[in-house]
Ligand binder design. Structure first.
Ligand SMILES: *[C@@H]1O[C@H](CO)[C@@H](O)[C@H](O)[C@H]1NC(C)=O
Ligand SMILES: *[C@@H]1O[C@H](CO)[C@@H](O)[C@H](O)[C@H]1NC(C)=O
Ligand SMILES: *[C@@H]1O[C@H](CO)[C@@H](O)[C@H](O)[C@H]1NC(C)=O
Length: 322
């Protein structure tokens, strides 16, 4: 890349990562207040979304909220769709209060395939009942109008060869509330405990997910184009146990690549769509941002890297893009 990429970096002191979409014209008059059930962590994440039918909503994550799945109520996590002006008039807005509604977006649950369901419940029911799968921890609305909404479940358990890949992670992608598709990483041990979907970004049919805990915290980034999830960045996806591989794994452990991701034409609209992924803990917590092409090769090396300069600053903890 020629010009220094135009990335706005914000180091946030909060643990929760709140990401903003396109703004509504929010005025202090006509204030609305919504809350979720006690203990649901309603408001952990928030996004402003204008869907493909041009309906505007505030999407609110509640990663400990209940959902019913397979006829059982679990704290799987939930996403609420809030319409602040539903059933209100301009007068109501002037006087403040009243009107508006939030409801849980349905169908953001594991697939209801009988074998999957039976196995998941027999192996994993205790965990689901006590810890859920953190659905709605990460919410991102694609930029622009008439766009996709991503609601991710970084602790989603994937069934793989008679066992579960715990905390495999995945995201649901919505065009509108009735059109929901699951985007899951490929069957690969690299995704075990990866928390894929901890970060997500989308543009022009690409859905980029970060899995910062993959491979002992080396982390990884994967791009899914129209439902096909391609190669990913880590070099250690196989069960390779030779000494050299093990020492490389140790060297990158706890770098957390994919902690935050963005997808944009950095530096101008004529530049290629490029992935930015941060590794905030790399090099003694100095942190760095790596840029990857959207069409990744296996074990893709970054096109460009921006390094944090001071020890301990966690450069790249949060990323925003134009
Ligand atoms: C979830 O449902 C259970 C059982 O119905 C209830 O005890 C719990 O309070 C609910 N939790 C939330 C966060 O709504
Ligand atoms: C799951 O499938 C069963 C049988 O196909 C059906 O009875 C049940 O209502 C479904 N549950 C959900 C949550 O969709
Ligand atoms: C779901 O649970 C309710 C209440 O426990 C029960 O009456 C109903 O028969 C169950 N439905 C199915 C499909 O298992």
């Amino acid at each position: 890349m020629g010009a220094r990429p135009c990335v706005v970096l914000v180091v946030m002191v909060v643990v929760a990562t709140v990401r903003w979409g396109q703004a509504f014209n929010v005025l202090p008059v006509g204030l609305r207040s919504f809350s979720g059930p006690p203990g649901s962590q309603f408001g952990f994440s928030v996004a402003l979304w204008k869907d493909v039918k041009n309906v505007k909503r505030v999407v609110v994550g509640a990663p400990s909220g209940n959902q019913t799945w397979a006829n059982i109520t679990f704290p799987l996590g939930a996403a609420y769709l809030c319409e602040p002006h539903l059933g209100t008039t301009d007068d109501d807005d002037d006087q403040g209060g009243g009107g508006g509604a939030c409801h849980v977006q349905p169908n953001l649950t594991p697939e209801n395939d009988s074998i999957y369901t039976r196995r998941l419940l027999s192996f994993y029911r205790y965990t689901l009942e006590h810890y859920g799968m953190a659905l709605g921890q990460t919410l991102v609305a694609e930029k622009g109008e008439g766009t996709k909404m991503m609601v991710c479940s970084p602790r989603y358990p994937e069934y793989f060869r008679d066992n579960y890949i715990v905390n495999n992670g995945m995201c649901y992608v919505m065009q509108d509330p009735t059109d929901v598709a699951a985007v899951k990483p490929p069957y690969n041990k690299a995704f075990k405990t990866s928390l894929t979907g901890y970060s997500v970004a989308s543009a022009e049919d690409n859905i980029v997910m970060g899995g910062p805990m993959a491979i002992h915290g080396c982390g990884l980034v994967i791009n899914c184009v129209k439902g096909r999830c391609g190669p990913f960045t880590t070099k250690f996806e196989t069960g390779n146990t030779d000494k050299e591989t093990i020492s490389k794994k140790k060297a990158c452990s706890d770098t957390y690549q994919g902690w935050a991701v963005q997808l944009a034409r950095f530096g101008g609209p004529s530049n290629p769509l490029t992935i930015a992924a941060s590794s905030p803990k790399t090099r003694n917590y100095k942190g760095q941002i790596s840029f990857f092409p959207v069409q990744m090769k296996s074990w893709q090396d970054p096109l460009h890297v921006i390094e944090g300069e001071e020890t301990g600053v966690l450069f790249g903890y949060a990323l925003a893009s134009p």
